[in-house]
Design a binder for this molecule. Structure first.
Ligand SMILES: NC(=O)c1ccc[n+]([C@@H]2O[C@H](COP(=O)([O-])OP(=O)(O)OC[C@H]3O[C@@H](n4cnc5c(N)ncnc54)[C@H](OP(=O)(O)O)[C@@H]3O)[C@@H](O)[C@H]2O)c1
Length: 180
């Protein structure tokens, strides 16, 4: 039977639990993709991979660190020659003290912490993955999961959208698709 994502390699960040895990399971079990399960904990990534009945690879990544991203991509690309799909799903952990705070009460430290993961993390990894996608000349897809603060309205995460919109404009004619 032909499956839509047969022979495709998909990286799903923050896939050790929650939405990222559900996306990974769906990609691997029902669509034939090989999925890279990852988060800041390699143990959690391995445990999550063991719960999926399909092709998986586990690795550690911290999207707030360029060196961690480099190390992660080196591992992925030594396992599989190319990357077809990136799902930027990793998000700053749900924290009632931040999420339920009123917009004008948010402090700089909390804002920085969230932006480092949700916004800058997505841009950092997308930049690195796009380089690899362009080099391989196979095209590719990047899907960005909007952050909880953007939806709850407590924080303005438009930065993520605008940075990635620029990316979309830049590479639209180069067989890559960016989904916001
Ligand atoms: N749940 C909702 O109702 C909802 C609604 C709208 C949008 N969202 C968005 O959807 C995404 C997933 O939500 P969720 O509720 O499934 O999240 P979650 O259960 O809190 O899982 C977050 C994942 O991100 C990983 N992570 C956190 N910091 C990271 C970092 N610096 N580098 C790499 N991985 C990191 C976590 O693993 P480690 O801690 O092991 O690193 C975990 O696997 C998030 O971006 C969230 O903002 C969620």
């Amino acid at each position: 039977m032909y499956l839509l994502l047969d022979h495709k390699l998909a990286i799903v960040t923050g896939s050790t639990q929650g939405i990222g895990f559900a996306i990974s399971k769906e990609f691997a079990e029902n669509n034939g993709a090989t999925v890279v399960l990852c988060s800041r904990s390699i143990d959690k990534a391995k445990r999550a991979a063991a719960r999926i009945n399909g092709k998986t690879f586990s690795a550690r990544i911290d999207v707030t660190s360029n060196s961690s991203i480099e190390e992660f991509l080196a591992q992925v690309l030594s396992y599989h020659k190319y990357i077809d799909i990136l799902v930027n799903n990793a998000g700053y952990p749900f924290d009632k003290k931040i999420w339920y705070r009123k917009f004008h009460e948010l402090n700089d430290t909390d804002l920085q912490r969230i932006l480092e993961v949700d916004t800058k993390g997505s841009v950092r990894l997308a930049k690195a993955v796009v380089s690899s996608m362009l080099e391989c000349q196979r095209g590719g897809v990047i899907i960005n999961i909007s952050s909880t603060p953007a939806i709850s309205g407590h924080l303005n995460m438009e930065a993520k959208i605008s940075e990635l919109t620029l990316l979309r404009l830049e590479i639209l004619q180069r067989q890559l698709h960016i989904i916001l």
